[in-house]
Design a protein around this ligand. Structure first.
Ligand SMILES: Nc1ncnc2c1ncn2[C@@H]1O[C@H](COP(=O)(O)OP(=O)(O)O)[C@@H](O)[C@H]1O
Ligand SMILES: [Mg+2]
Length: 504
């Protein structure tokens, strides 16, 4: 399929999410749409897939202008979309999911599952998808569930496939496999629109790169361009992609957990006997695909989730099952995974959010009444020091961009006396510029001799920050390795393969 988007504009109220975007995708081409979070990529894809209606512009397929009322029409014109969040029914088989919504009409009272199954086998074989049509979807690893989505599109004769940030949930091996699948689809003449903000992936698989910033096309790039060039085009200024770290000289042990067992919200064991320790001047990075118990582990450490057994010790003090307040008082700084739920009070001002953990303490309060001058002075200093972009310190936190909200949390946590910093997905959803900034703050904190635990599902982040890397899989630590370990070896640990792990 040859697809042309011509001058697409999409507004939400007075905000222009897509501004005169024009892109051409040739048959058999892997066209990467590269842009930071909030650049307008998903909006554009939703317009193309008939989920949103453009305010201006045209969609032209093989020379013919089209208008989609809904996604059903887009599917009938040969467009398939694999969403960031899968739209599969977990308890159904692969075949049932693929057939779902496309069953023959009522006049035929039975779906021909035999034929559907055969079709799936054929398509699966043709593109090396390796999907068993009879498998129950919920039993499949995430990477395979994603292939079921791809298969579903293909079995409805998609000629152009939209993959919107498809690698966010995958292990390095699954990412490589997906890239191979994309290549074989393109070789068979399918067009692919691959959306991402990850530079390595773009370079690995793209034929053509279109960079979008703030709703506009700011340029095209080649996969041979350096990561630095791509990043500066994406951000609009030069970006330092490597984190400067001084040599690692670990001091005494600051934090220790032993044989920790924690249950998830459903009462199932999520953390299954984890032991870790972190020393002064060290960043221990905890890697792993999301959903392997990291969230529960972090919540247990922060006093937000009950510990079933095992111990947590901070600076020699047992803080197992202590309240969040006591854990903070014991010297923990916490940058939480869900900054809206746990990190900020969105309806409060930036100034108040910057003293959130210490509002009733000196110097911010005296004899039970608030010292507004101290709150103001603190906010002005931190906004300056941490480059928080806000029109006023009295602005609600909700009005800040995601990157600046995260800077508020980082500023607050790093500006008080800390023995131990725990940061969970510290740069998720942030633009490259803010990532650079947050990483620098975390490393500066470590260079001053502090201990940190950084939990991240981004392997790049883990490799950039960690002095040692622990990998979590299915509630257990599958290995602890040196940061010089190959991505492949860490990827294997992320899938629970422990044979290659070397303990440091
Ligand atoms: N339905 C909507 N209503 C209002 N604003 C929206 C809506 N969808 C997206 N936006 C805004 O449009 C911008 C682009 O979002 P999006 O297309 O999701 O970006 P990307 O996929 O590149 O991260 C963001 O600022 C987002 O907040
Ligand atoms: Mg998006």
């Amino acid at each position: 399929m040859r697809l042309e988007l011509r001058g697409i504009t999409k507004r939400f109220g007075s905000f222009t999410a897509n501004d005169q975007i024009s892109i051409t995708v040739e048959p058999g081409q892997i066209h990467c749409l590269l842009g930071e979070n909030g650049a307008g990529k998903s909006t554009l894809m939703n317009v193309l897939f008939g989920l949103l209606h453009p305010d201006e512009g045209e969609i032209i397929i093989d020379g013919e202008p089209v208008k989609f009322e809904d996604s059903g029409e887009a599917v009938r014109r040969g467009i398939g979309m694999v969403h960031q969040h899968f739209m599969l029914v977990p308890v159904f088989t692969v075949t049932e999911n693929v057939v779902l919504g496309f069953e023959p009409t009522k006049s035929i009272n039975r779906v021909d599952y035999k034929k559907a199954t055969d079709d799936i086998r054929r398509v699966s074989k043709e593109f090396n998808l390796d999907v068993d049509p009879d498998a129950i979807v919920e039993n499949l690893p995430v990477g395979l569930q994603q292939r079921v989505e791809i298969l579903k599109s293909l079995s409805h004769d998609a000629e152009l496939l939209i993959l919107d940030e498809p690698t966010a949930v995958l292990t390095p091996q699954e990412i490589d496999a997906l890239m191979d699948i994309m290549r074989s689809l393109a070789a068979a003449g399918k067009s692919i629109l691959f959306i991402t903000h990850k530079l390595k992936e773009v370079k690995a698989v793209a034929d053509v790169i279109t960079v979008i910033r703030q709703g506009r096309v700011v340029g095209t790039a080649q996969p041979t361009d350096s990561e630095g060039e791509l990043a500066s085009l994406m951000v609009g200024r030069d970006v330092n992609l490597t984190v400067e770290k001084s040599t690692f000289t670990p001091g005494e042990e600051v934090f220790e957990i032993r044989d920790l067992v924690v249950r998830d919200d459903r009462g199932l064991i999520a953390v299954n006997g984890v032991s870790l320790d972190v020393r002064a001047g060290e960043i221990l990075a905890l890697a792993g695909v999301q959903g392997n118990g990291q969230t529960e582990l972090v919540e247990a450490i922060a006093g937000m989730r009950h510990v079933e057994s095992g111990t947590i010790t901070l600076k020699g003090r047992n803080i197992t099952n202590a309240s969040p307040r006591r854990v903070l008082d014991a010297g923990l700084g916490h940058i939480p995974e869900d900054r809206h739920r746990d990190g900020l009070v969105l309806s409060m001002s930036v100034a108040d959010n910057l003293v959130l953990n210490t509002p009733r303490r000196a110097p911010f309060a005296k004899h039970g009444s608030r010292n507004l001058a101290a709150v103001k002075e603190n906010a002005e200093r931190l906004v300056q020091e941490f480059d928080i972009r806000t029109t006023s310190i009295y602005e609600d936190a909700s009005s800040l961009s995601g990157g600046n909200q995260q800077k508020v949390i980082v500023a607050r946590e790093l500006s008080r006396p800390l023995d131990f910093l725990m940061a969970s997905q510290p740069t998720r959803g942030l633009d490259v510029g803010s990532i650079e900034y947050v990483h620098k703050q975390i490393v500066d904190h470590r260079n001053k001799g502090n201990a940190s635990l950084i939990v991240s599902s981004e392997l790049d982040e883990v490799l950039a920050l960690g002095d040692r890397i622990a990998v979590m899989y299915a509630g257990k630590i599958s290995g602890i390795v040196d940061p010089s370990t190959s991505r492949e070896a860490i990827g294997l640990l992320m899938t629970g393969t422990t044979s290659e792990s070397e303990h440091v």
